[in-house]
Design a protein around this ligand. Structure first.
Ligand code: PXG
Length: 451
């Protein structure tokens, strides 16, 4: 029997990325409150949130300072826009703070409301840049299969998810996809490093196929998040850097997940030693406490768009919303002053990764991988051949259900189980996460008659 709120939900709420018919039969779980790395549902169940919401609650739940700042800002100035030659104090202060933390060659921020809007902004900025440079044919943006760049028309098109493209006739024109560096699934007998080079070289092949004069940019996540925490072989990024240096195209690094401390650095561009022209940000920018995103713009691009471009006819009602900006600024200040990001680098992420590797010993785990505060495991039936437990990627859902029943939110991407916990997670909480993950793996193995 479903409760009243569940019934109302079934009647009136059309939810994202959900089979709404199946959801109505089952009734949604209602999350009511959260503190630190834990969240609670309306039945009183407690969960360790191994996904930091949707990869975003970097600072953890329940930070009253952020609520206070939101309240103060709402009382002082609940809304004003950034259009037509005005700004607000929070938006300007936040842009200044981000520029301080960003790579030295990036000093301007364009605000939006989400990661998807930020990538739509990138799409338009890239085309505008090349128009202004007198090279209007450089329109195509190259992305990668199994990338995630958002859910708007441009975001979903830039992304490389087949299950998104097949709804609504995507991708739109002018977006092409090359190989992803997913060695476990696609390595085909090559060594990891050989495969990393090969995957990177599919970018060069595509540039040559399309003609450099037709390519505006390459977009990529530093590690793929929603694609299944795909951490590239060490050879991948150096080879991409070689290719990007050879051709005159822009480089968009989508740091919506990786930004604001997830790798132990403020930005993964530092972690991987990359030099992007544009960086996409959202999620950890406000730790999800308010919806806000942005594009960090390099001097190279800003000098053309701003010095030579006149009006950039783009922006949103909620671009740099003052309440969201004030909360984001406080969030960054706390991540910094409390040493949360530096602690990830020095202490908790090495500990998480060391303990996560223990899962590689489990009979149904084909690979355990990760970096910073993200990690993934591949579920298999046979460790020697990496044959999957089921042919259609359903084992991940089975493992997820066991994990949730044990009080750990760990999520599946097909048969890859992934985690991305709040950055404030302690070593003791990491121990709990690992024990619960092991238990879910044991139960999954038993379910398939393996243990
Ligand atoms: N880029 C990346 C790398 C993302 O992970 C976006 C852009 C879009 O951000 P917005 O704020 O528009 O959602 C994301 C978002 C999943 C999942 O299933 C991941 C995201 C969103 C929804 C679901 O892991 N990432």
């Amino acid at each position: 029997m479903q409760n009243e709120l569940q019934q109302k939900n079934n009647a009136h709420h059309f939810q994202p990325f959900s089979d709404n018919k199946a959801l109505a039969e089952k009734g949604p779980r209602i999350i009511t409150n959260a503190q630190g790395v834990y969240m609670y549902d309306s039945e009183g169940n407690k969960f360790l949130d191994g996904m930091a919401g949707l990869w975003c609650v970097n600072i953890g739940y329940g930070r009253k300072e952020l609520a206070e700042v939101a309240k103060e800002q709402m009382n002082e100035l609940p809304y004003y826009n950034l259009f037509f030659q005005t700004t607000t104090q929070p938006a300007t202060k936040l842009a200044t703070k981000i520029a301080e933390l960003a790579p030295a060659h990036m000093n301007k921020v364009f605000f939006v409301g989400s990661g998807s809007e930020a990538n739509d902004t990138n799409f338009r900025m890239v085309r505008r840049y090349w128009d202004l440079k007198g090279k209007p044919t450089k329109k195509t943006i190259i992305s990668r299969k199994n990338a995630y760049h958002g859910s708007t028309v441009a975001g979903a098109s830039l992304g490389g998810m087949g299950y998104m493209h097949e709804q609504g006739d995507l991708p739109i024109q002018g977006i092409e996809h090359v190989e992803q560096p997913y060695w476990f699934a696609e390595g085909n007998g090559l060594s990891k490093e050989e495969f990393g080079i090969k995957a990177a070289q599919s970018l060069e092949a595509k540039i040559l196929e399309l003609g450099e004069e037709n390519v505006g940019a390459f977009i990529a996540e530093p590690f793929q998040g929603a694609g299944g925490v795909i951490t590239p072989p060490d050879s991948y990024w150096p080879e991409i850097k070689r290719i990007l240096a050879k051709y005159d195209i822009l480089f968009i690094l989508d740091e919506v997940i990786s930004g604001f401390g997830r790798t132990g650095e403020w930005f993964a561009s530092t972690y991987f030693d990359l030099k992007p022209d544009l960086i996409t940000i959202a999620k950890g920018l406000s730790s999800g406490y308010q919806p806000i995103g942005g594009v960090i713009v390099s001097d190279k691009v800003a000098d053309v768009l701003i010095e030579e471009g006149g009006d950039f006819n783009h922006g949103f009602t909620y671009s740099g919303h003052p309440v969201a900006a004030a909360v984001a600024l406080k969030n960054i200040e706390l991540l910094d002053s409390e040493g949360i990001v530096s602690n990830v680098k020095a202490s908790t992420s090495p500990y998480l990764q060391k303990r996560w590797q223990e899962l590689a010993e489990h009979p149904i785990v084909g690979e355990a991988r990760g970096l910073g505060m993200v990690a993934g495991i591949e579920l298999v039936k046979d460790k020697a051949t990496n044959e999957r437990l089921e042919s259609d990627g359903k084992a991940g859902g089975v493992c997820r259900d066991f994990s949730i029943a044990n009080g750990l939110v760990m999520r599946p991407c097909g048969d890859t189980m992934i985690i991305s916990p709040p950055l404030v997670i302690t070593k003791a909480e990491i121990d709990e996460l690992i024990e619960k993950a092991k238990k879910a793996l044991d139960e999954t193995a038993k379910h398939y008659g393996i243990m």
